[in-house]
Design a protein around this ligand. Sequence first.
Ligand code: NAD
Length: 268
Amino acid sequence: MKGLKGKNVLVTGATSGIGQAIAVRFAQEGANVALNYRKSPEDTEQTQAMIDDVCSQVKGCGVKDFPVQGDVSKEEDIIEMVDEVVGQLGSLDILVNNAGIQTESPSHEIEAADFDRVLNVNLRGAYLCARQALKHFLANERPGVIINVSSVHEIIPRPLYLSYSISKGGMENMTRSLALEYADRGIRVNAIAPGATITPINESWVNDSEERAIVESHIPMGRAGTAEEMAAITAFLASDEAAYVTGQTLFVDGGLTLYADFRTPWSA
Ligand code: NAD
């Protein structure tokens, strides 16, 4: 795709799923990739193996890889991470806010700490990463691109996942507000909104054929999406092919937001 070769990209939450596929896709397009990961004390070895694996895939494309540790719910980690990426790669051109978590609970029973945790990673973290990237773009008078990985739940209500839905709804407004604020300085801000995608976050149904059939029955195209399909649209929006697109969320959902229930008329 036009305009990605030689660019420096930072992808948050790059060890698995959509983030991993995005990191690899940018590398295939000739971009250098900084891969953010979060080391939690309990799974250090597993995280290390995952980051090593994606880094070797990136390196295999003949571009620079730079693994960078950081918890996007912590402001100090984000500031340090963006500084380290700029120090290591020389500059930053594209930020992909991909890291995300979800918790399930009836809305009247959500613990405040759990609510905050989801918002802190999915929305506040994405904003703080964007803030640091914007500071860099502006200080160096260079164009830049931010892509937020949102969800169909930025518009579809999701009972039992209130904090997740709120975070993605907020992400839509953040995408549009930042796009408007910085459009005249060569900075574009867009989002992708994946539908049901085959990644570890969905392990409850991905490997269970009955559960998966139920999920896929709600998707007009009849199947879940792949992480690679999400990565392709992310790369497109970050590329010069989308040079005149800003403030948009592109739904990548097999028609999920067309509401399969309306396929055949059920009311006069
Ligand atoms: P995933 O669980 O494989 O990936 C999430 C990534 O975020 C992991 O690498 C995880 O380590 C990282 N992460 C979590 N907390 C972090 C933190 N505090 N700091 C840094 N990294 C952190 O799941 P995924 O499906 O690949 O999700 C990626 C994004 O796509 C998320 O924002 C998710 O909301 C969004 N999404 C996924 C789907 C889907 O069906 N899989 C649908 C819509 C949107």
